[in-house]
Design a protein around this ligand. Structure first.
Ligand SMILES: [Zn+2]
Length: 365
């Protein structure tokens, strides 16, 4: 089998084994962070199920091509907007809908009541499944409870907890993890023909999310969002408490709506301070922010290592608290109180670190 899924060998092995032994579940729930290959895996599974080539998914036969292009009549994509029952041509995105609606699920059910048009299996990919609104999820539940033969349902989500337990419990859960940074780098070079230097930098910045790295190739906006977070990191170090709290306030306000964004911002903060330790210890080649070594070197001379380690702990704690639904504003304000202050006027450096880096700070890849 030649699955085109990077950095998730366990998942490829599990799904190909199920295919080979004819033990596929009728419903899968692909869960995990954004941009780690969940949607790709769903598409590859659809190909493997319908491929007529020698070594499915072959990526060469007509079925594989149609699925890859999103035009196979037996592979149905259900997402925000999309076609609904009342009219096969109406697209709810035009109404500004952010949900998957019940009319879309009804249309799907009508389709599923017929045999596959030309494929072997019908595959339904619902992405993001957490966009199913309550009515739609209830309707979908009926299909999960009595799935038609030759239908495989794949639900994709990065917010598993937003799905009703009744839906979750009827799916086989498949957890996706961050990809090894080296795998992301390799894929960028081999498949996207990115120059090795750039691939290396992007892979590190992606933190193991190939999808992010690929989007960043096409969308300058993603890289500039990172720039602006790094500017905030610099600015807040010397800022007054009220400025820091204002920053915490903005992030805290954003959190209920843009959870992933806020967690990603804290991830960038963490990378910056971890890089500071790495550079201070003479391991700059392992730094994620490899494009800012000069700034990192300059700053690494201004902090005591203990203060930086303490702040890294505070960052991890804040991230955990946000995930555990502690009041976001409170968690972020506490974090801002713990920002280390530069030891002005003297070069402190990290003599403690020259002897070697604590193993907890080593960067993967
Ligand atoms: Zn094929």
């Amino acid at each position: 089998m030649a699955w085109r899924l990077v950095g998730q060998p366990g998942i490829v092995a599990m799904l190909s084994r199920a295919l080979r032994e004819d033990r596929l579940s009728h419903a899968y729930l692909f869960v995990g962070p954004n941009h780690v290959g969940k949607a790709t895996a769903a598409r590859e599974l659809a190909m493997a199920l319908n491929c007529r080539g020698e070594d499915p998914p072959c990526h060469r036969c007509r079925e594989c091509h149609l699925i890859d292009a999103g035009r196979h009549p037996d592979v149905e994509l259900v997402g925000v907007g999309g076609l609904c029952e009342e009219s096969d041509h109406r697209d709810h995105r035009a109404d500004g809908s952010k949900d998957i609606r019940i009319c879309q699920v009804r249309r799907l059910q009508r389709l599923l009541s017929r045999a596959p048009f030309e494929g072997i299996f019908r595959v339904v990919i619902t992405d993001p499944a957490d966009a199913l609104n309550v009515e739609a999820a209830n309707a979908f539940l009926k299909t999960l409870e009595e799935p038609p033969a030759s239908v495989v349902l794949v639900l994709v989500t990065s917010r598993e907890e937003a799905l009703p337990p009744t839906v979750r419990s009827r799916c086989r859960r498949v957890p996706f993890r961050l990809m090894p940074v080296a795998d992301v780098e390799g894929a960028l070079v081999e498949r996207w023909s990115v120059a090795p230097e750039k691939a290396r930098a992007l892979a590190r910045l992606s933190g193991g999310r190939l999808g992010w790295a690929v989007s960043a190739l096409e969308d300058e906006g993603l890289l500039s969002a990172r720039e602006s977070v790094l500017e905030d990191v610099q600015r807040l170090i010397g800022a007054s408490l009220s400025e820091r709290f204002a920053y915490a306030g903005r992030l805290g306000y954003l959190f209920p709506r843009e959870r992933e964004t806020v967690l990603a911002v804290l991830g960038l903060w963490e990378e910056w301070w971890r890089d500071l330790l790495l550079v201070g210890a003479g391991c700059g080649e392992q730094a994620v922010n490899s494009d800012r070594l000069d700034k990192l070197t300059e700053e690494s001379r201004q902090y005591r290592v203990r203060a930086v380690v303490r702040f890294l702990d505070a960052l991890r704690r804040a991230r955990q608290q946000l995930q555990d639904n502690v009041n976001p504003l409170l968690a972020l304000e506490v974090l801002m109180l713990e920002l280390p202050t530069p030891a002005l006027g003297k070069e402190v450096g990290f003599p403690e670190l020259r002897r070697g880096l604590p193993s907890t700070l080593r960067v993967e890849g």
